[in-house]
Design a protein around this ligand. Structure first.
Ligand code: C5P
Length: 219
């Protein structure tokens, strides 16, 4: 679609959860389905963008016309983003990246015992914050899944991570993660908007139109 709002633009998108291995058969994960990120990738391609999707483990099929790179862990997602971000016009971080990984995953399956046990967790890199600190970086959009004080937490998160725009949504039972519909509060330096509640594909379209406007104003 050469006439779309994102015609000629290159987009990098992360989506889905990450899986952090405990041993060869177990991992720590989260409830992200990847649907919001995939809806954004689909809509961006329809609006004329060249889309690279870096995806954690999901059950979704690759959107038409999108280049998909599969990763599993936060470290793999980090490396894939740093490899592909150069020259992109827009980076949208929709993945639910694990904040921590297991310090030393076991090489063999951990045996059951009756004793109490624990895992040592170490922090993962903050991919979107690191991207925002790069020179000549793209226009960067992050997500904020919050369970309380959604707007205030999102505003602080946008500033702390150095993002151009943040899309905040409330998560909890029936909301946000692993659901069809969503509601997004969009915050940027100069604008605040609420989109939805609506199906994720329609929110993705509206979000991308706001991003296209912001990117076109920059130049
Ligand atoms: O800090 P929090 O995880 O709530 O931030 C969410 C935003 O940051 C999302 O855009 C998510 O994709 C991104 N993120 C990231 N790398 C991390 C953690 C979060 O890119 N390690």
């Amino acid at each position: 679609n050469k006439a779309g709002a994102l015609a000629g633009k290159t987009l990098l998108i992360t989506a889905g959860p990450t899986h952090e291995p405990i041993d060869p058969v177990r991992f720590i994960g989260n409830r992200s389905s990847g649907r919001m990120g995939y809806a954004i990738a689909t809509a961006a391609a329809q609006q004329g963008a060249t889309v690279t999707l870096i995806s954690g483990p999901t059950a979704l099929s690759t959107p038409h016309g999108v280049e998909r790179i599969n990763v599993s862990t936060a470290l793999e997602m980090h490396d894939a983003v740093m490899q592909h971000i150069k020259g992109k016009a827009i980076f949208i971080a929709a993945a639910a990246v694990a904040d921590y990984r297991i310090a030393t995953p076991a090489a063999q399956k951990i045996k059951k015992s009756t004793a109490q046990t624990s895992l040592t967790l170490i922090p993962n890199p903050d991919i979107v914050a690191e991207a925002a600190a790069l020179p000549n970086r793209p226009y960067i959009v992050g997500f904020a899944a919050e369970t309380e004080a959604v707007i205030d937490n999102a505003r602080a998160k946008r500033e702390r991570k150095g993002l151009d725009m943040i899309a905040a949504n409330q998560v909890g039972p029936g909301l946000g993660f692993d659901t069809e519909d969503n509601c997004l509060h969009i915050l940027s330096e100069h604008a605040e908007r609420t989109l939805g509640p609506a199906p994720k594909p329609s929110l993705a379209n509206e979000l991308l139109l706001l991003i296209a406007d912001a990117v076109n104003e920059q130049h």
